[in-house]
Write a protein that binds this ligand. Sequence first.
Ligand SMILES: [Zn+2]
Ligand SMILES: [Zn+2]
Length: 267
Amino acid sequence: MIPKECVRLYRKLSFKLSLKLSCKLRHLLSAYLFPLLRSVISIPHIPHRCALCDSKSPQRICEPCQQQFLYTPQYQCSVCALPLAHSALLCGGCLQKMPAYDRVYSPYLYQAPLSHLIMRFKQQGDFFAGQALADLWCEAIKKHMTQQHIPLPDMVTAIPLHWRKQGRRGFNQSAFFANVIHKKLNIPLFTDVKRTGSAPEQKHLDRKERMKNLKHGFTVTSPLNNLHVVIIDDVMTTGATVDAMTTALKKAGAGKVSAWVLARVPK
Ligand SMILES: [Zn+2]
Ligand SMILES: [Zn+2]
């Protein structure tokens, strides 16, 4: 007779495993197998299924779902992109202490349903959701750069994860996005940044504690002769990580450091 607890645990584990495997299989098919087949034999374009509502769509996220992500804050901090309740050039945090980075560009606010997709990618390794977000993000960047007449930066770079965290998750989401942006927008990728020292969980720390935690967190191993470097990250909460990495990049000679963030956490 098998104890009930064991059966319950087996069911829970097999459900988690099947979920992970189906995500990975979906990614393998859409990212590698279908493009390969399409290049070898002429097969009609297979429509994607929307990563959010599962309806058939030519894009990985269908148009109606994309509409749910849109937000146009009336007022925003001109440096850290924090949405503001009233018109002001800077938010309270930037007024108190100006961040090391020059500017943040973030097309979306960290809220449902976008936050669900980000978590699916980060926590369940759902690369279909990751690719869907990357496609959307690249389009938003292209549109923004053209509308604002902003030239592309010299390089993009990812925020390295602490090796222990990367080992647990199996991949670095920031590196994944930086790689897609590098390829789609044809911007060189800078990878000579290392995470040094221990990096305890940042989630529950406030801005001051995060800054202290990250003080000597990054080392840049090659010079950046006055170049404009853009840091790529998925979510920006207090901006402490981006700030610490900017300091390391500027120390290595970067002339300008901006950040492109997929979703900005409101206060
Ligand atoms: Zn949809
Ligand atoms: Zn600000």
